[in-house]
Design a protein around this ligand. Structure first.
Ligand code: SF4
Length: 417
């Protein structure tokens, strides 16, 4: 059997696809392009209307170009728009979220199916991916979220927060460390890791660093005000074991807009204080954030507050996107919409500031030392530094290796030698 795998969306989705990839291998099946596939498994995203449109477009293209290919859709859009997706051509299974056991049944893995149908524990049957397709590995440590941001479809799609247990995560990380020099810790709301059993994300990372000594760990995304003291020390003083990097969703620099978003656990001031403490006297620190423009009710003054905060804080990159109303979310029912053109203008303004800050930060790193993981690519081979800068590396550098390098300016890019 030939299986085509495609992932839309976030790192948590990419992790889930890697588990399906391991399942496909365990079933003795092989991966292929969509055109040659017997089955296509598309792991969907519901974070924006564009993400769901991209999925529908991909399904229709596969059905058109490869009429014999069965299509299985998993992920967040599958959870949110089940009926719509089920009516698309060639779709035989719509599986909400990250249910690899159901994917096993959909792929018709006879052995797995029989044993799963007989009630055997999926975790016992389904192989955890010990080797992933990227140079860097992802490790999803929790799923779901107990917050209810008014714009968010993800929390509706992935359900309540639940942490994976530390022993399983350590064992999985040990396996990944045999093949990957960096492990990215991901989830839907990583900062809430362990809250249901008295643990914390800091304790988890500390344990992973101790128990899996050969790799560096990177936090994909943690709320700024949810960086606990243990994680704080690891991000600042983790040496070459924890990347000096944080992606801390901000969404808006206006407290009025944050309240309308339902993001009650921080204000612009507490966010800024947390970031300032974390990055104080650190010349090497990658800092990113998600920012949404054009949220219902956002005024020019609100936007100006966001611009001011972005200018003040040491961001090295930003992920900026205009508000996208999601069906079934509270924000969809909020009045006072912002013109899409205005939302796009505001996003463009913030992206321009982000580009300036990123270029200035990269220039400040020229001449410095970096810890580089080789990502790959031809003819230009790239690597990623500990502080999340993409750099050029020599063509003979092996993929998924790691080396200490001096950074030199090469036009608008940095080169690692
Ligand atoms: S914190 Fe908010 S935006 Fe993030 S997953 Fe939870 S509800 Fe969604």
């Amino acid at each position: 059997m030939k299986v085509h795998l495609r992932t839309f969306g976030c790192r948590a989705n990419h992790y889930d696809t890697e588990q399906v990839r391991a399942l496909v291998a365990a079933m003795g099946a092989s991966e292929s392009d969509a055109a040659d596939a017997d089955v296509a498994v598309l792991n969907s995203c519901a974070v924006t209307s564009d993400a769901e449109a991209d999925l529908r477009q991909a399904v229709r293209r596969i059905a058109r170009e490869s009429p014999g290919t069965r299509i299985v859709v998993t992920g967040c859009a599958a959870a949110r728009s089940h009926e719509t997706i089920a009516q698309l051509p060639n779709v035989t299974h719509v599986i909400a979220g990250a249910d690899v056991a159901q994917v096993a049944l959909a792929l018709g893995g006879a052995a797995a199916s029989t044993r799963l149908a007989a009630g055997e524990a999926a975790t016992a049957l389904l192989p955890l991916a010990r080797r992933q397709s990227g140079a860097r590995a992802t490790l999803r440590v929790q799923d779901g979220c107990d917050e209810h941001c008014t714009f968010c479809a993800t929390t509706l799609a992935r359900g309540a927060h639940r942490s994976r247990d530390i022993a399983t995560l350590v064992d999985e990380a040990r396996g990944l460390a045999e093949h990957h020099p960096e492990i990215v810790i991901t989830g839907v709301h990583v900062g809430s890791y362990g809250t249901e059993h008295g643990e914390s994300i800091g304790v988890l990372v500390e344990t992973l660093v101790r128990e899996v000594p050969t790799v560096r760990f990177r936090l994909a995304s943690v709320e700024a005000t949810e960086v606990d003291p243990t994680l704080f020390s690891l991000l600042r003083d983790g040496g070459d074991r924890v990347c000096p990097y944080l992606h801390a969703p901000l969404q808006s620099g206006s407290d009025r807009v944050l309240r309308r978003m339902g993001r009650h656990w921080y204000t612009a001031r507490t966010y800024a204080e947390a970031i300032t403490r974390l990055t104080a006297d650190r010349t090497v620190f990658g800092l990113g954030a998600d920012i949404m423009t054009g949220f219902p009710g956002e005024t020019a003054a609100d936007h100006a507050e966001t611009v001011a905060l972005v200018r003040d804080l040491p961001f090295t990159h930003l992920h900026v996107f205009p508000f996208s109303p999601r069906p079934g979310t509270a924000a969809e029912r909020l009045g006072d919409p912002v013109q899409p053109s205005v939302a796009r203008e505001r996003a463009a303004e913030l992206r321009a500031i982000a580009d300036e800050k990123q270029a200035a930060y990269a220039a400040s790193r020229a001449g410095g030392i970096a810890d580089v993981v080789v990502i790959g690519g031809t003819p230009v081979r790239t690597g990623l530094t500990e502080d999340y800068l993409e750099v050029e590396v020599a063509p003979d550098r092996a993929r998924a290796t790691r080396f200490a390098a001096r950074l030199t300016a090469a036009g608008t890019r940095l080169r690692a030698q």
